[in-house]
Structure formats: structure tokens, C-alpha cells
Design a binder for this molecule. Structure first.
Ligand code: IPD
Length: 240
């Protein structure tokens, strides 16, 4: 089925996985709250309070899942007092389990991972996405950024999953990732995984990362993050 437009998809599996996770977690922690992609798309209000809240994207990269491109994942974060404590991103097709706990590092299938340490934009491999919005203003900004960046960086890549893009930065396979128009469930787990791998997450204009702003930039170093922020054409979607 489609959601906001023809290329914003939801499958029965998005709904089943979200229900499975919420039912399972609720049975152990009945007082915890949830922000889930599919619940939110049914009109449930997205509200992040100080209560322990699980932020869930049951399938990030739904378009890839529909096409059987194997870059698709489940993204789960636990946020308490608005501080992210745990992040898990799992690609069940490639059996890649990225995980992080605040202050305890980031891991891929249990082995520690770390960012590349790259500081210079001209040497960076950049992850960016077209996104699922077909709003002309948003598409113009995406294409302007791609057009401006291609001659300034080593390369541009898109996996089709914001969470996996961020995990590639955490792994050191890419150096920086940014996107406008993502939601909290796309980036909550990736944020802590990148930071625990030694990287940074900021607002794409250079300020502090705001989980509910629908704007994210993560990088292997703050130097690289700020260098990219200066050259990006900005886009400000409506907040979550
Ligand atoms: C989408 C993916 C995609 C990104 C979109 C997201 P979904 O998440 O992360 O890479 O460009 O902005 O909405 O809809 O597949 O969970």
C-alpha cells in the first residue's frame, strides 16, 4: 500500500513487525511508551516525553524490501528522559546486527566498530538519499545538493535505508551521511550507533542534533560534519 505518495510504501510486514515488537516489549515493560512508524502513519500523535520510549522503524528501506534489494533493516532505539540509551539496527537478509549502548561502544555482530576518522570533505564518501517525498521543493534541494557535492567529494552513495546509511558511517565504510525529511524512527538508533562508534550527529545546518526535527547529518568527525553543513542547501520539513 502507499502512504503519503506513490513511492512511500507500507507492507503487511511493516505492520506485523511493529506489532510483534510492541507486544513483546510491552509484555516485559508495560509502562514504556512507543513511537512507531506504522502507528504514527495511522494518525497516532508523535510525542517524545521523558518516559522510557521505544522508537521503532519495523522496516527501514521498505522500498528495497518490496524490490528484494537486500539493504533493509529493523531499527529500534530506547530513549529515556530524551537521552538515547540503546540502539539496534538489524539487517536480517545480510545478517548484520549493529548495536550500541550509551557509554559502551558500538558493535557489528558483537565485534567493536569505529568510524573512519576522515576530516576532509574532499576525501569523503558521502551517503545521501532521494527520500520518499515527491514535493518539488524538497526534490530540488536534494538534486542541488547532489549536483554541488559530486565534484567536491570522493563519491556519493545511497543504500535506500537511512538507518543503514548511518551504520555505514559507524562502520567506517562511509564518512558522512545526511538527509532532510527523515523521521525519528529512521535515525534514532543510527544516531547512538554512530556516536558510540566515535562519530558525531548534528543538525545539517551545523547546530545540535534534534531527533524530532526530521533533519540529520552524521559524520566520522565534527570537522567533516561542519564542513559539509556549510555547503549544504538547507530544507526544513514540518517537525515530527
Ligand atoms: C525511508 C528510508 C529511505 C529514506 C526515507 C525514509 P522507510 O524509510 O530510510 O532511505 O530516504 O526518507 O522514509 O519509509 O523505508 O521506513
Amino acid at each position: 500500500m502507499t502512504k503519503t505518495c506513490e513511492v512511500d510504501l507500507v507492507t503487511e510486514w511493516d505492520q506485523k513487525v511493529e506489532k510483534l515488537l510492541i507486544d513483546g516489549i510491552s509484555s516485559k515493560f508495560p509502562d514504556h511508551k512507543f513511537i512507531g512508524e506504522e502507528g504514527s502513519s495511522l494518525g497516532n500523535k508523535v510525542e517524545l516525553t521523558d518516559a522510557p520510549t521505544w522508537i521503532i522503524d519495523p522496516i527501514d528501506g521498505t522500498m528495497n524490501f518490496v524490490h528484494t534489494l537486500p539493504h533493509t533493516c529493523i531499527s529500534i532505539a530506547l530513549v529515556i528522559n530524551k537521552v538515547t540509551e540503546i540502539g539496534v539496527v538489524y539487517n536480517p537478509i545480510l545478517e548484520q546486527l549493529f548495536s550500541a549502548r550509551r557509554g559502551q561502544g558500538a558493535f557489528l555482530n558483537g565485534a567493536p566498530i569505529s568510524v573512519s576518522g576522515e576530516k576532509e570533505l574532499r576525501k569523503a564518501l558521502v551517503m545521501m538519499e532521494m527520500g520518499t517525498s515527491r514535493d518539488p521543493e524538497k526534490m530540488k534541494v536534494v538534486l542541488e545538493n547532489a549536483n554541488n557535492l559530486i565534484s567536491q567529494v570522493h563519491g556519493i552513495r545511497s543504500l535506500g535505508s537511512a538507518a543503514l546509511n548511518m551504520c555505514m558511517v559507524a562502520l567506517g565504510g562511509a564518512d558522512v551521511s545526511f538527509e532532510f525529511g527523515i523521521h525519528a524512527w529512521d535515525v534514532a538508533a543510527g544516531d547512538i550507533i554512530v556516536r558510540e562508534a566515535g562519530g558525531v550527529c548534528i543538525d545539517p545546518a551545523g547546530g545540535s542534533f534534534d531527533l524530532m526535527s526530521r533533519r540529520a547529518l552524521c559524520a566520522s568527525t565534527s570537522e567533516l560534519a561542519q564542513e559539509l553543513a556549510i555547503v549544504l542547501v538547507q530544507y526544513y520539513p514540518e517537525r515530527d
